[in-house]
Design a protein around this ligand. Sequence first.
Ligand code: SF4
Length: 327
Amino acid sequence: MLDPLLSVRDLKLSFQTERGELRLFQGLNLDVGKGEVLGVVGESGSGKSTLAYSIIRLLPPNARFEGGSVVLGGKDLTKLSEKQMRDVRGRDITMVFQDPTTALNPVFRVKDQMLKVIKANIGVEGAEARVLAMGMLRNVELPDAAAIMGSFPYELSGGMQQRVMIAMALTSNPQLLIADEPTSAVDATIQVQILKLLDRLRREKGFSVLLITHSIAVAKEVSDRIAVMYAGDIVEEGEAEKVVDSSKHPYTQGLVKCIPAPRARHESRRDLATVPGEVPDLTDPPPGCRFHPRCPYVMDVCRKTKPGYWKAGDSHALCYLYEGGKA
Ligand code: SF4
């Protein structure tokens, strides 16, 4: 990995719920290199979006930070005041959300929303801000920037709205862009275009990307490295191609089996394969390896004690199959 831009160390986070305490992260570690795309992959409920919101410290009131550090460019974000954190959000770290139709305000024109974001994030107003906004809209390959500026979000397609969101996220030249399922609300053709666009912008501007996605195939396409998350644990991490083409952890192997064959790409989601079993209820998690109730290779020790994070071939895996690094 390149020099780390972001280092998450020993992150512990829980939630108070009606069913009791939900202990999601119990010492999570993660690095994103400078200029790198790290894909974080997992099913719904794995904790990948919560990881993103932990980094930018936008968590619901029932969340409890229990320890650890989140260091961005040498600055520990967990130690900043809320005011300092507001400067980090929107300037150093920006985010592109899953569904642009809910992220963009439907009653304001694109122009008003972009100018407001530019003023809030970098303090630029008036003609200078308009020039910056128009330039960013062109940079995200929107054909007629002036017309887009004057449009309401509902007048734009989903793909165009997502490009507007990307343009807004990049106006402050962030160090880190968090993209939370940025293509799940658009169709497959637009998905490829958006991913290529993000890749081009990242190469040109040099920011890092934390890509949150449920699709390991999407992650492989655009990421340098992949971290696979299951029930709040990073269970496998390594170079994107290695993680997908020679997966080590049984959960990753299950996700890879779910990648639809090309001929199945037009089947409905209902027909696509899923990893057998369900993500556990983390108010009452299984002891030992959290994946053991779904694992085809489960051993006695897996049911009792949590495995270590061992070297597994070219990757690392949280699994007894690689105990002591015997890959
Ligand atoms: Fe399966 Fe055991 Fe590895 Fe968990 S530690 S993934 S149960 S083999």
